[in-house]
Every structure is written in C-alpha cells, then in structure tokens.
Design a protein around this ligand. Structure first.
Ligand code: NAI
Length: 255
C-alpha cells in the first residue's frame, strides 16, 4: 500500500516493534515516510522486520533493548537520535501477557514482572522520549502513544497485574498530557480489544469463542487495524488531541 507521506522526515520509535501490533505500527509508519527505530528483546525477529522495511525502500533500524532496564532504554534513545538525528514519535507498545490466577494464588514475582514491563517500561521509555523531543524546536515538539488495553478500562476474571498496569498506563499518559501540553508534546493512549498476535498464543482454544463474543463486531482485531489508530493519534490529524484514551475494541467497552 502506498502512503500519503504523513510522517515524511519524522523519526519514530516503536517499542516491542519486532512482533504483533508493534510490527504493524513500524510497517505503517514506514509506509508514511518515517524513519523507524524498533526497540525489542527479540533480535532475530527485529532484524528481519528491519530487512523487510528496508527492502521496500523504507528506513529502519533495530536496537536491542529490554524495557525493564533503564540504562538500555537510555542507550537505545541516544543511538536512535544519532541514527535519525531526532525523535518525533514514541509508540510505547512493548508488553507481555500475564498468567491468569486467583488473587490468593498469585506469585508476586509474576506480578512484579508484568508491572516492570507493562508499566515501568512504558514510563521509562516515555522519560527518554521526552528528553529528546524537548530538543526539537517548538511549538509542536512530538507525540507519544502508549498502548494500554480494554483490560485497563474494565475488569476481567483471573486478572491481576495486567489490568493494574494498563489502567496505570492510561492515567500516567493523561498526567503527562497535562504537564507537556504547554510544551508541545502530545500524549495519548490506545486501548485495543483482543488482537490476533502472538500475545494470545496461550489463550486456550475454548476461551477464544467466548472472548470473540465479547466484541460486538464478532471478531478480534488484526494488528494493522490497531496500527492505523496509532498513526492517527501520533500524527497531524490528531493535532488537538492529547490526554485521550482511544478504545479500538470492536465495541467491547461500549456495552
Ligand atoms: P506481541 O507478543 O506480538 O508483541 C510484543 C512485543 O513486545 C514482542 O516483540 C516482545 O518481544 C516485546 N517485548 C516483550 N517484553 C519486552 C521487554 N522487556 N523489552 C522489550 N521488548 C519486549 O504482543 P502484541 O499483542 O503485539 O502486544 C503489544 C501491546 O499491545 C502490548 O502492550 C499488549 O499488552 C497490548 N495489547 C495486546 C492485545 C492483544 O490482544 N494482542 C490487546 C490489548 C493490548
């Protein structure tokens, strides 16, 4: 698909860009003319994604980066800016699923791991993104889109750390929107319903039908559909939108 070059000359970081929604975002931003930095722990998949994007005439680089390690995030941010000269957009997307459990059986190490990746990782990536976006001349300096979830908006059985992290991402994002609104950086989150990605690989077959039925549109999303919504929030079409949480959920939270 040919794009409209909406992000021509822009430098875009996608955390968790080697797979699923992040990979779809990387492809979509590249289609729109951006240079794309993929930060991920999956080196082989990340490099394959970069090869694919570059083979289609795009500009992309992979940076090995564990979102739970602040030093690695700082290094990836600095190397991205060295490669592309600036940072304009961050998609805070990297995340992991949780092991479903009753609260009384919860392993606190599992809880901390999910919070570390899905919340602290988002906070730290946003911290370094802002540091570099503030170097852009104003008044419009940059834009952040954090990937939350419908499970940050409504409850789900046997869920513990994941909804806690995602709800926190939504309100963390709002708080930054308030702080950085006057400084020219927009912050929004997106809350997808279920999306056909490797994240769902451990969802038992018998649960798939019941989960699909929770979406009035009668299906899960494809990653590319979420990527289009991320592009909208990140780009000039959303120039007056900050502090919002966009449900891209086939109607899941409308009922
Ligand atoms: P995915 O598993 O396909 O992709 C996640 C990516 O994040 C992978 O490439 C993985 O290597 C990377 N990642 C995981 N831990 C990392 C770490 N510590 N440091 C760096 N990278 C790391 O999953 P998917 O579905 O694309 O998920 C992306 C985001 O969307 C996540 O935040 C997830 O919670 C969220 N989401 C997913 C939904 C779904 O149904 N698939 C629904 C709602 C939200």
């Amino acid at each position: 698909m040919t794009g409209l070059n909406l992000f021509q000359g822009k430098s875009v970081v996608v955390t968790g860009g080697a797979s699923g929604i992040g990979l779809a975002c990387a492809r979509a931003f590249s289609r729109e003319g951006a240079s794309v930095a993929l930060w991920d722990i999956q080196e082989e998949a990340g490099k394959a994604a970069v090869r694919e994007i570059c083979s289609q005439g795009g500009t992309a680089e992979f940076f090995l980066c564990d979102m739970t390690e602040e030093a690695q995030i700082g290094e990836a941010a600095s190397r991205t800016c060295r490669a592309f000269g600036r940072m304009d957009v961050l998609v805070g997307n990297a995340g992991i699923a949780e092991r479903k459990t009753m609260l009384e059986d919860m392993d606190m190490n599992d809880f901390r791991r999910v919070i570390n990746v899905n919340l602290t990782g988002v906070v730290m990536s946003n911290k370094y993104a802002v540091k570099y976006m503030m170097q852009n001349p104003g008044p419009v300096r940059g834009s952040v889109v954090n990937v939350a979830s419908i499970l940050g908006m409504v409850g789900a059985p046997m869920s513990t750390a994941y909804p806690a992290a995602k709800a926190a991402v939504i309100n963390f994002t709002r708080a930054q929107a308030v702080t950085y609104g006057p400084l020219g950086i927009r912050f929004n989150s997106i809350s997808p319903g279920y999306v056909n990605t490797p994240l769902l690989k451990n969802l038992p077959e018998e649960l798939i039908h019941s989960r699909v039925a929770l979406h009035p549109m009668g299906r899960f999303a494809e990653p590319a559909e979420i990527a289009e919504a991320v592009l909208f929030l990140a780009g000039p079409s959303a120039s007056f939108i900050t502090g919002s949480n966009l449900a891209a959920d086939g109607g899941y939270t409308a009922q």
